[in-house]
Design a protein around this ligand. Structure first.
Ligand code: PAF
Length: 288
């Protein structure tokens, strides 16, 4: 594995692969790698000839009162894990490399960016879309890999590449969970043991809603109320807990098709997000 820190170096390193028409895959990350990232790397390694992973804690996607300074960073550990996972090129640019003096362009994806996370974190998706557009331009991969845990991010990025005619396939890989259901996230590192135990109610709340829908509940308010009950039992109040269309993120009142149940909640100083796809029963038969 080779580590490169500049865009020029990365492009030079990729040139022979382009000439040889190798399939280049990109896994963009902010580091603090966990099993979720490793599953993205596994999927990419299985289908790409040359695997690029970027580690860049993107200042543009953090609000002024968010955890940019505290965000976990461990370059040596990330590099060791990347090497083990079969990464060929590790791209770890400094902030000035990505946003040099005079940088003045921003990518706004309207509509799907504006709900859920977008309402709670103004400017977040503008930061994500801007850096992802830059990374896709820099690496020009055939496939780029993202996690379903950040479902809205994946939807925003799919919209971005479709609208800007970027020749890349966006692959969304399943959420990786701990043994007790907690979704893998770099921010889990902020949880104390007591908070970690309460945080498991997040995936249970989502499962509760999904189970009700699978068993025939059609009213999304009932499913949301049950999920809220699960959280309240562990002293958690969601920032949002909504049942929405999985492509458009428009709220769904009556569940007739698969829906996305999405939530965000603060547990101590960690802000955690998670989601599941809930599939309604057909004719009283639970989906398998
Ligand atoms: O999901 C993340 O880690 C980040 O939002 C991403 C896609 C690497 C952009 O900074």
């Amino acid at each position: 594995m080779r580590t490169v820190r500049t865009i020029a170096e990365l492009r030079r390193a990729l040139a022979p692969a382009r000439d040889a028409r190798l399939r280049v895959g990109l896994v963009p990350t902010m580091g603090a790698l966990h099993d979720g990232h490793l599953s993205l790397l596994g999927a990419a390694r299985a289908e790409c000839d040359l695997l690029v992973m970027s580690v860049f804690v993107n200042p543009l996607q953090f609000g002024p009162s968010e955890d940019l300074a505290a965000y976990p960073r461990d370059e040596a550990r990330d590099a060791a894990l990347a090497q083990e996972a079969g990464v060929d090129l590790l791209f770890t640019p400094a902030a000035e490399e990505i946003y040099p003096p005079g940088f003045a362009t921003s990518v706004v994806v309207r509509g799907v960016s504006e709900r859920l996370e977008g309402e709670q974190r103004p400017g977040h998706f503008e930061g994500v879309a801007t850096v992802v557009a830059k990374l896709l331009n820099i690496v020009a991969p055939e496939v780029a890999y993202f996690g379903q845990k950040d479902a809205q991010q994946a939807i925003v990025i799919k919209r971005l590449v479709a609208d800007l005619d970027m020749p890349v396939r966006i692959e969304v890989c399943p959420t990786v969970r701990e043994h007790d259901g907690l979704a893998q996230s770099s921010r889990n590192a902020y949880l104390s043991a007591e908070e970690r135990a309460r945080a498991t109610s997040i995936s249970r709340a989502l499962e509760r809603a999904a189970q009700l829908i699978a068993r025939g509940e059609r009213d999304s308010r009932t499913a949301v109320a049950a999920a809220r009950g699960e959280l309240a039992a562990h002293d958690l109040e969601p920032e949002y807990l909504e049942i929405v269309d999985p492509d458009t993120l428009v709220p769904v009142k009556r569940v007739e098709r698969p829906v996305l149940v999405a939530l965000a909640a603060r547990v101590g100083r960690a802000r955690l997000i998670d989601n599941v796809i809930a599939t309604p029963s057909t004719n009283g038969v639970e989906p398998s």
